[in-house]
Design a protein around this ligand. Structure first.
Ligand code: SAM
Length: 467
């Protein structure tokens, strides 16, 4: 490690910046995010600096030495080589370390790519080898760190003395902080509920100091994993599956997403595929409740969105009855994922003014008792979930309700996954399309004029007509 990262405390710091151009402005803007005072060594105050009079003052070049007397570091942002060299020597004569923009030979330290989340600051440096790479790494970190992680660190700082007083032993304190900063306190802060977080913190500390064996119970996170493409997972879902101790997952959750679960977490398949229930719904409730009561961080991971034909509502209810908080993290439903992947707009000003999601599978088997007349009306899109097995009946009911036999349909299997299959035709040929294209599911049926819009729909329909 040629570079040694260290963070300056900037509360009472002075920073000297030589220059008044764009580079000086960029560096000044970084320093202005801290409470430090800036002495700007220039002939006159540039326009960009005028709004910061409370934190930044002009120092004439002949007086730079006295500004350097109290400086913790100096930044040289001068175009002229001789002037930059002179500034460097002056700073060194005052024992002040220097960063000179674009002049590696005049740098005692480099300024890293900075990720600023309030009390949490991360710095990424490549020693000038590849600044773009440092920026890319910072962007990746930005997507991983919750926006309010700084607020969580600030809360921890406020509570540190109280925790120290309540919990004598180092290991107790470590356990307590692990629970607090990875559990409900953190979730409340991330959700913007600072007052709630303070309450939970007070209660957790009282519980923990009263009975060290007590463990925090819940919340259980019911998380939507999206339709399959791992890049369609939300950042929140990603964070929660990385923190979970145990993940109860459906069959529909793709293996790429399961690979993102924390390596040492338990993975329990409970899901169903086409009527085959690995664990009955009540059993899933019992498992989640038992794990939460054991103090585990539980995630229930479901395909698509938990509240779209996902039985998420029943799970929330079962947890509520058991006195355990549930949080629901939405996922991209397969309807949206499949439509986007096929380039098929579910609504369109000229073709569909509404979209309806229906299930094609009745609780007791067969096709459900839907409002077929309503669904057969023009200028709308109908998306059928779980409709592969009942497709012949669905087509029959819609045609009997006077839907035009030429109405386009798209059947999309394994949407957004590498094995996605799309087949097009019209409602009268729905059963045949499924049969001839070997569609087994999971698949959606998209019915309405919009299903004829993708370019590939036109060619597939034509080729079927020719066949
Ligand atoms: C029990 S429902 C769950 C729906 C899920 N909650 C959602 O929002 O997508 C299962 C049905 O969703 C549809 N489905 C789920 N993932 C799919 C995918 N990747 N491609 C096509 N259809 C999918 C199929 O109709 C499947 O039978």
């Amino acid at each position: 490690m040629r570079l040694f990262p260290a963070f300056f405390l900037m509360d009472d710091a002075n920073v000297v910046i030589f220059g008044d151009g764009t580079n000086a402005e960029r560096k000044a803007r970084l320093v202005l995010k801290t409470p430090a005072r800036i002495s700007l060594v220039a002939q006159a105050l540039p326009d960009w600096a005028k709004a910061h009079g409370d934190q930044l003052s002009l120092v004439q070049p002949h007086a730079a030495g006295s500004a350097l007397d109290t400086a913790c570091f100096a930044i040289i942002a001068l175009d002229d080589d001789d002037a930059a060299q002179a500034a460097y020597e002056l700073a060194h004569a005052h024992g002040v370390p220097v960063n000179a923009v674009d002049r590696k030979a005049l740098c005692d330290f480099t300024i890293p790519s900075i990720l600023d989340r309030g009390s949490v600051v991360a710095a990424i440096a490549t020693g000038g080898a590849a600044p773009v790479l440092a920026k890319d790494i910072r962007s990746k970190l930005e997507t991983l760190l919750p926006e309010r992680i700084g607020a969580l660190a600030a809360l921890a700082e406020r509570w540190r003395p109280a925790v120290k007083e309540a919990l004598g032993a180092d290991t107790d304190r470590r356990h307590f902080w692990e629970q607090a900063l990875r559990g409900p306190v953190a979730e409340a802060v991330y959700a913007g509920n600072d007052a709630g977080a303070e309450e939970i913190m007070a209660k957790s500390l009282a519980d923990f100091s009263g009975d060290q064996s007590k463990t925090a119970v819940g919340p259980v996170h019911i998380v939507g994993a999206g339709p399959g493409d791992p890049e369609l997972l939300t950042l929140k879902a990603f964070r929660l599956i990385q923190q979970a101790d145990i993940v109860y997952h459906d069959k529909l959750v793709s293996p790429e997403i399961m690979d993102m679960v924390r390596r040492d977490a338990e993975r329990v398949p409970v899901g169903k595929s086409k009527g085959e229930h690995l664990v009955p719904q009540d059993g899933i409730h019992e498992l989640m409740i038992a794990s939460a009561r054991d103090g585990k961080r539980v995630v229930r991971l479901k395909g698509g969105d938990p509240f779209i034909f996902g039985r998420g509502g029943e799970e929330v209810e079962a947890l509520r009855i058991a006195g355990i908080d549930a949080s629901v993290v939405p996922g991209i439903t397969s309807a949206l994922g499949c439509a986007a992947s096929a380039g098929l707009p579910l609504t369109h000003r000229d073709h569909a003014q509404s979209v309806t999601f229906v299930t094609g599978h009745a609780r007791q088997g067969g096709v459900p008792d839907l409002d077929w007349e309503g669904l057969a009306k023009p200028h709308q899109t109908v998306v059928v979930f779980m409709g592969v097995g009942t497709a012949p009946l669905i087509s029959e009911r819609l045609l009997a309700a006077s839907l035009d036999a030429e109405t386009p349909v798209a059947v999309i299997e394994n949407g957004t996954r590498t094995n996605e299959k799309r087949a097009y035709g019209n409602i009268a040929a729905l059963a045949e399309i499924i049969e001839t294209r070997g569609i087994r599911g999971p698949a959606l049926l998209i019915i309405g004029e919009v299903a004829g819009l993708p370019a590939e729909a036109q060619t597939q329909i034509i080729s079927e007509a020719l066949a």
